[in-house]
Design a protein around this ligand. Structure first.
Ligand SMILES: Nc1ncnc2c1ncn2[C@@H]1O[C@H](COP(=O)(O)OP(=O)(O)OP(=O)(O)O)[C@@H](O)[C@H]1O
Ligand SMILES: [Mg+2]
Length: 265
C-alpha cells in the first residue's frame, strides 16, 4: 500500500503522514516513511529523537552518494553524461533510520527544479530510488510530499495507490487541492482523497465537505483542531507520544481503519 500525503504548506501533512505511519506499524505492517522535505520534519512526528535526526543528511544533499551512484558530481554542467539507472537497492537499508514502532524513515530531500524537468544527477537518483521504493519496498510506504509533487513523474505516480490531500478550511488550501488534483491527474496517480484538518466548528466542517464535494474528492477524515498536537510540536515530541488519545489522533486512527477498508490491505 503506497500512500502519498500532499497539500498546501502548513496544513498538517507531516503530522498526518508521521502519525499514520506509526499507527499502521502498530497494526503489524512493515512501514517505510519517506520525507520529501529537506528540513527533516517527519522525524519528530515519528518520535525520532533530535539527537538522531540531527545527524540525518537528506539524500538530495548527499553529494558523495550522488556522485558514486550516477558517476557525476552534483552541480556539474548540463550535458554531463551520467548513469540514468543508478543502483539504489541498498539505499533504504543504508540510510534509513528506524524509529518507534519500527517505522523506518528515509529522508529524501527535495528535487531542485524537478517541475521544470531538470535532469540533474540528484534528480535522476531520486527518481530511480522512488520507483524502486514504490515497487519493491515494504507492506506500506507513506510519503510526506512537498506541494508540487516534484518527486513523482509519470510512471512512478501510477504506483501510488492513494494520494491524501490535506485541506484546511481556507480558500487558499482548497485552491491547492484543485491544483494538486490537476497535477495528480496528469501524472496518473491512482486515486486522490482528502482529509480536512484543523477543523474548529461545524461551519468549517461544512466548508470542507462542500468544497471537496464540488471538486469531486471523497473526504476520508475531518480532523479537529487539537491543542495537544500543537503542544507536541512545541515540546518537540511526536503527537502520538504526547497524547495518544487526543481527538486529532483518534481521528487518525479512524482514517487508518478507513484506508484499510477502502483499499483492502
Ligand atoms: N489538527 C491539528 N490541530 C492543531 N495543530 C495542528 C493540527 N495539525 C497540525 N497542526 C500543527 O500545525 C503545524 C503544521 O503542521 P505540519 O508540520 O504537519 O504541516 P505541513 O503541511 O507538514 O507543513 P509544511 O508544509 O511546512 O511541511 C504544526 O505546528 C502542527 O503541530
Ligand atoms: Mg511538513
Amino acid at each position: 500500500m503506497k500512500i502519498a500525503v500532499a497539500g498546501k504548506g502548513g496544513v498538517g501533512k507531516t503530522f498526518i503522514s508521521g502519525t499514520l505511519a506509526r499507527l499502521l506499524a502498530r497494526d503489524g505492517y512493515n512501514v517505510l516513511a519517506v520525507d520529501a522535505d529537506p528540513n527533516i520534519n517527519l522525524a519528530s512526528t515519528l518520535g525520532i529523537t533530535r539527537e538522531i535526526s540531527d545527524k540525518i543528511v537528506p539524500l538530495s544533499d548527499n553529494e558523495s552518494l550522488i556522485e558514486e551512484r550516477t558517476g557525476v558530481a552534483p552541480g556539474s554542467s548540463y550535458g554531463s553524461v551520467f548513469r540514468l539507472t543508478p543502483t539504489v537497492g541498498d539505499i533504504v537499508k543504508k540510510f534509513g533510520v528506524v524509529g518507534p514502532d519500527d517505522v523506518q524513515l528515509l529522508v529524501m530531500g527535495t528535487v531542485k527544479g524537478g517541475d521544470t524537468g531538470c535532469m540533474c544527477p540528484a534528480n535522476a537518483l531520486l527518481r530511480v530510488l522512488i520507483q524502486h521504493i514504490l515497487i519493491r519496498e515494504r507492506d506500506v510506504v507513506v510519503m510526506d510530499m512537498v506541494a508540487g509533487l516534484e518527486h513523482l513523474g509519470r510512471g512512478t505516480a501510477k504506483r501510488v495507490d492513494t494520494m491524501i490531500v490535506v485541506v484546511e478550511p481556507r480558500m487558499k488550501s482548497v485552491e491547492t487541492v484543485r491544483r494538486t488534483l490537476k497535477l495528480a491527474d496528469e501524472i496518473e496517480v491512482q486515486e486522490v482523497i482528502s482529509a480536512g484538518n484543523k477543523i474548529r466548528n461545524d461551519k468549517e466542517r461544512r466548508f470542507v465537505e462542500e468544497r471537496m464535494g464540488e471538486l469531486g474528492v471523497p473526504v476520508a477524515a475531518l480532523i479537529p483542531y487539537d491543542p495537544a498536537v500543537a503542544e507536541a510540536d512545541m515540546l518537540g515530541v511526536a503527537p502520538l507520544d504526547h497524547d495518544e488519545g487526543s481527538p486529532a489522533v483518534n481521528t487518525l486512527v479512524a482514517l487508518k481503519d478507513y484506508l484499510k477498508r477502502r483499499y483492502e490491505f
